[in-house]
Design a protein around this ligand. Structure first.
Ligand code: UDP
Length: 308
C-alpha cells in the first residue's frame, strides 16, 4: 500500500475541526456547492473520493428529517454527479449499522434485511441503493463501509471525537466520571437484553481507518464494488460501557435511567467475516480497554474535548 497518498479534505467545518487535518490540503466548503466541486475536480486528478460528510445523530434525525435527507442524500447526489462529470471512478462511503433497523439475527451480516427505523438510517440506505445505478451508468465503483459504533481515538491521544454537543456514550461517560459534566442519562433499561440496556458493537476508529485504506487498495486494483459490515462481533451493553469507563477512570460514572431514545434498536452487533475475507481486514484494537482507554487518553490530552 502507498506510504503516502496525497489527500485533499473538503469540509464545511460544521462539525469538523481544521486542526484535525494534517498531512492533507484542507478546502473549507460544502459538498452541496456544485461550482466548488467542479472546480476542485477540475484542478486535481483524484482517483477516489471518501465520503464522511453525513450528519450522524439518530435522535436528531427523527425531529429533523429534512436536514438529514438534504445533507445526506441531496448533497451526496451532487457529489456523485460531479464525480461522474469528471470521471472519478472510486467512491468509499461511510455507511452505518442503522440501515438494518431491528436485527432479525444475533450477528448482522451483509445479507440481513435492510429496514431502518429512523431517518438517519434511511438516508444512508438511499445512498447505498443509488450506487449500483451510478456504477452501471457512469462506472463509479463503490465500497459502502457500514460502521457499527465508531469509538476510541488515536492511540497516542492526539486525535479523537470532538462533537458539540457531544451525544455519544463513551465520551459522555468519560466526562461524567471525571466530574466535568452532570450525570449521564442511560436511555432505557427495559430493553430485552441481559441487563435491560442497549447492546452495541463498538469498533475502534483506527480499525475503521484501516478498512478504508484496504477498500481503496481494493477499488484501485479494479476489485468489484463492496458493501461491508464493520464491527468486532462483540456486543456491550450501556451498563457494561459505564463499568469499563469507571474501571479505567478509577471513579464511578454518575448516571440516572431515563426513557428510551427514539430510534434505538435493542441490539446491533456485526458479523464482519466478509471484510476479513475480502479485504483481509484485521482489527488491531478490538478490546474495550483499548477503545475506552484511547478515548480517555484523548479526552485528558485535549482541553477542547474536556470543555464540551
Ligand atoms: N446512550 C445512552 N446515553 C447517552 C448516549 C447514548 O444511554 O447519553 C446509549 C444509546 O441509547 C445507545 C448507545 O448508548 O444505545 C450508543 O449510543 P451512541 O449515541 O454513542 O451511538 P449510536 O448508537 O447512536 O451510534
Amino acid at each position: 500500500m502507498d506510504q503516502h497518498i496525497p489527500v485533499t479534505v473538503l469540509d464545511d467545518l460544521s462539525a469538523g475541526h481544521a486542526g484535525s487535518v494534517s498531512g492533507a490540503d484542507l478546502v473549507i466548503g460544502d459538498m452541496g456547492d456544485e461550482a466548488l466541486l467542479d472546480r476542485l475536480f477540475g484542478q486535481h486528478a483524484f482517483d477516489a473520493v471518501m465520503h464522511f460528510a453525513s450528519f450522524i445523530q439518530v435522535g436528531e434525525s427523527i425531529g429533523a428529517p429534512a436536514k438529514y435527507f438534504h445533507n445526506n442524500v441531496s448533497k451526496t447526489i451532487n457529489l456523485l454527479n460531479s464525480m461522474a462529470r469528471h470521471d472519478v471512478k472510486n467512491f468509499i462511503f461511510s455507511s452505518t449499522a442503522a440501515i438494518f433497523g431491528n436485527p432479525q439475527a444475533g450477528h448482522i451480516d451483509e445479507h440481513h434485511v435492510k429496514a431502518p427505523i429512523n431517518p438517519y438510517g434511511r438516508s444512508k440506505l438511499i445512498v447505498e441503493q443509488m450506487l449500483p445505478d451510478y456504477e452501471a451508468a457512469y462506472g463509479i465503483r463503490h465500497a459502502c463501509l457500514r460502521y457499527f459504533n465508531a469509538a476510541g481515538a488515536h492511540p497516542d491521544g492526539s486525535l479523537g471525537e470532538r462533537h458539540d454537543p457531544e451525544t455519544h456514550l463513551i465520551p459522555l461517560a468519560i466526562s461524567a466520571a471525571l466530574g466535568n459534566t452532570g450525570g449521564l442519562k442511560v436511555f432505557g433499561d427495559d430493553y430485552p437484553t441481559h441487563d435491560g440496556t442497549c447492546i452495541r458493537d463498538y469498533v475502534h476508529v483506527c480499525d475503521l481507518a484501516s478498512a478504508h485504506l484496504l477498500a481503496l487498495q481494493h477499488l484501485r486494483a479494479q476489485g468489484e464494488s463492496l458493501k461491508l459490515n464493520l464491527g468486532n462481533g462483540e456486543g456491550y451493553s450501556v451498563k457494561q460501557i459505564l463499568d469499563a469507563v469507571a474501571a479505567l477512570v478509577g471513579k464511578p460514572v454518575p448516571h440516572t435511567v431515563a426513557g428510551r431514545r427514539a430510534g434505538d434498536p435493542a441490539v446491533l452487533v456485526a458479523d464482519s467475516r466478509k471484510a476479513r475475507d475480502v479485504l483481509g481486514w484485521q482489527p488491531a484494537y478490538s478490546s474495550l480497554d483499548d477503545i475506552v482507554g484511547h478515548a480517555l487518553r484523548f479526552y485528558q490530552a485535549t482541553p477542547m474535548a474536556s470543555a464540551h
